[in-house]
Ligand binder design. Structure first.
Ligand code: HQG
Length: 172
């Protein structure tokens, strides 16, 4: 789909269509459209920004540039400030990853950050992408007290570099 294509080039592989994201992850909408190989139009891009159910994309204030709100594997500086998280956050994953996660903690993998959800329902949906879903409770209050830096993206996804296993428990 067009939104999947936008996620791919704005988060992971801008090189596949010969665009470059700036240091904060922005690219001109006009350039994205021009290099999309006919997959995108200006109107379609703006409609997806507006209607995307997870609000994955944002336009710059002047409406000329676009970026993904989170989920990047390419290194970008989203300009987010560290903020105090709620006492508890959630991470949805698949059952087959649990042993490794409880051994090594949550690692960002290909992405820049570990992604945490504000509620269990969202975490289950994230976990379902990978297989049989399971939700981990993250003791965000304790990790923050111990010096962990948390960020929240413009579409409400919590981000942190990693989560040591001692802050994790399997939700029941
Ligand atoms: C797992 C989607 C083994 C981790 C979602 C996850 C999210 C480990 C997978 C956003 C591990 C990485 C991100 C360890 C972590 N051992 N497995 N030590 N540490 N993992 O897709 O969080 O729809 O990179 O549990 O909604 O699933 O694309 O991360 O299962 O917000 O907008 O390694 O992507 O947003 O998978 O998803 P991902 P994620 P969008």
């Amino acid at each position: 789909s067009a939104s999947k294509f936008m996620s791919l080039v704005l988060r992971h592989r801008p090189d596949t269509i010969g665009i470059e994201l700036d240091a904060e992850g922005w690219v001109a909408v006009a350039e994205l459209v021009e290099k999309s190989g006919g997959k995108l139009t200006d109107g379609l891009v703006r409609q997806i920004v507006r209607d995307n159910e997870k609000q994955r994309f944002a336009l710059s204030e002047d409406g000329l540039d676009i970026r993904a709100n989170q989920g990047h594997s390419v290194v970008v500086d989203l300009g987010l400030s560290a903020i105090k998280p709620p006492e508890r956050l959630f991470h949805g994953t698949a059952t087959r990853f649990i042993a490794s996660i409880m051994d090594q903690g949550l690692k960002p993998g290909m992405r820049q950050f570990v992604h945490l959800s504000p509620d269990q329902e969202t975490a289950i949906k994230v976990g379902q992408r990978h297989g049989k879903p399971v939700v981990l409770n993250v003791d965000a209050g304790a990790l923050h007290s111990d010096g962990g830096s948390f960020y929240v993206s413009h579409n409400g996804v919590w981000l942190i570099g990693s989560v040591p296993a001692r802050y994790l428990s399997v939700a029941d």
